[in-house]
Design a protein around this ligand. Structure first.
Ligand code: UDP
Length: 322
């Protein structure tokens, strides 16, 4: 299949690009590099540096594509709180352009990167796809708006689609991992702390969880990539709608810190801080629907394995071999 990957120079998009090439697909990437890195793209990729709204550049790619996998989006919760209008303009605005140009040029397959942020806080049990959608921050709001837009627009466009709700993407593959600037995610920050590059602040120890720190469902980024490949196949079997992508298991912030100590063998400077606005106590995926619809399962079931893959990447990023 010839696949157009928006945001293919980013963290999750880049891992998908590698997995798709390895599976024999032809890959075109459109990315404005606002958060991605051109040097992270494998040489086989046909790359166009452009914003999706540059339709003159987008249209010829769509015309040649058999499927679109749409990763491109802004994804920092704190930034979305500071600039909600900007977040809706960028995420929803470019998605509307993408759908409009798909209407004119095709293709008829679309995989969309959604997020567990659409659920909001919940009651602590694993979220399934039928749960109420009550995002607690503008970022989650943009993802929900995009999902709803897609559901309404797809029939008129003859578009087969899946929206994949990622829980906490984590880990790395050889040569490609998380590289956000500034970094806000727990595992890369904890690893930077292990490298002595910073201190780690634990955002709250007074949550209603066994050790008082927040619980998240960390899914290895290569498992996410594999799920996208399975989703492309599933589209042609008539599978459509929204699916959670997680492991179904949760780990607390303290458990992540303990894992980082085990994997790196280093003690870090860790301080206790206040809760971060908008952080739910517990976010875990119910994964049965994705497993059934995609014939897929997360292969990384162990937090230490995920942290170890991220550690390899962090060390190469910061050239630490010691
Ligand atoms: N977290 C933390 N310190 C940090 C960054 C994150 O304690 O410097 C916590 C955060 O409060 C949340 C968990 O780690 O409970 C995962 O946060 P992350 O930003 O990685 O992902 P999110 O769940 O917000 O998408």
């Amino acid at each position: 299949m010839r696949i157009l990957v928006t945001g293919g120079a980013g963290y999750i998009g880049g891992v998908f690009v590698r997995a798709a090439l390895a599976a024999g697909h032809e890959i075109m990437v459109i990315d404005n590099l606002c958060t991605g890195f051109e040097d992270s793209l494998p040489p086989e990729v046909e790359f166009v540096r452009a914003d999706i709204r540059e339709t003159r550049l987008l249209d010829p790619l769509l015309a040649r594509a058999d499927a679109v996998v749409h990763f491109a989006a802004l994804s920092i919760v704190g930034d979305s709180v500071a600039d909600p209008v900007g977040y809706y303009r960028e995420n929803l605005g470019s998605f509307l352009t993408l759908l409009d140009r798909i209407r004119l040029h095709g293709p008829h397959r679309l995989i969309f990167s959604s997020s567990a942020a659409v659920y909001g806080s919940g009651e602590g049990r694993p979220f399934d796809e039928g749960d109420p959608l009550l995002p607690v921050n503008p970022y989650g709001g943009t993802k929900l708006a995009m999902e709803q837009t897609l559901a309404h627009v797809a029939p008129a466009l003859g578009l087969n689609w899946l929206a994949l709700r990622y829980f906490n993407a984590a880990g790395a593959v050889p040569g490609h991992g998380e590289r956000h600037d500034p970094e806000t995610h727990l595992i890369p920050l904890a690893l930077e702390a292990a490298l002595g590059r910073r201190e780690l602040i634990v955002f709250g120890r007074d949550y209603d969880t066994p050790d008082g720190t927040c619980i998240r469902d960390y899914i290895h980024v290569n498992d996410l990539a594999r799920a996208h490949l399975a989703a492309l196949t599933a589209l042609d079997r008539g599978v459509e709608g929204v699916l959670n992508l997680g492991t179904g298991r949760g780990h607390s912030v303290q458990e992540v810190i303990d894992s980082v100590v085990r994997i790196t063998g280093r003690e870090s400077v860790i301080k206790d801080g206040a809760r971060r606005t908008g952080d739910p106590a517990k976010l875990i995926a119910a994964v049965k629907k994705a497993e059934e619809c995609l014939g897929w399962q997360a292969q990384y079931s162990d937090l230490d394995e995920i942290v170890a893959s991220a550690w390899e990447w962090s060390r190469s990023l910061y050239k630490d071999r010691g």
